[in-house]
Design a protein around this ligand. Sequence first.
Ligand SMILES: [Zn+2]
Ligand SMILES: [Zn+2]
Length: 187
Amino acid sequence: MNLCIGCGEAYTSRPSWSIFFWPERISLLCRDCEESFHRLKEPGCPSCMKQTGSSICSDCLEWEKSSYQGVLEKNVSLYSYEPFMQDYIARWKYRGDYILGKVFEAEFRKLYYQHFQDSKYEVVSIPISAERMVERGFNQAGELAAFTRAKRKDVLGRKKAWRKAIQAQTIAQADCRKSFSFAIRAA
Ligand SMILES: [Zn+2]
Ligand SMILES: [Zn+2]
């Protein structure tokens, strides 16, 4: 009997073929919580993976008309950002439940190597401020970067004066992308 890290309920782990073929995959969730993670299907929009067929979606067309034109080469997403996931991410990110991120590790790494095995890419995580680090105890973007096990370059820093602008940008991006994802910038 285990305790689900998603809902705290006791559950019995069950054998599955995915664990047999992929021993690294650790199931930390009960069946109900696991089934609430909705994996996005490929291809979707080739630019952002929005589940609207396989042509460029209206969000991306709008994005390319903005001042961000040509900035984003490709965005690859793992799960749909539905209410269950929004709550889960909030608990992980803002309430410091570090262990919640572990359920993403194996799938995140697999997705990364499916799309970014090409050596022209490097993993750069978005840093958080020193005060956020004290509040949360970890940087979730750094955790995701670590999940890839790829070589990382920590070349970004935070400037206080930029925070509001970055927050506004993040909200706009989140609204546009609606996903839990990788984003890469064109060189
Ligand atoms: Zn659960
Ligand atoms: Zn799109």
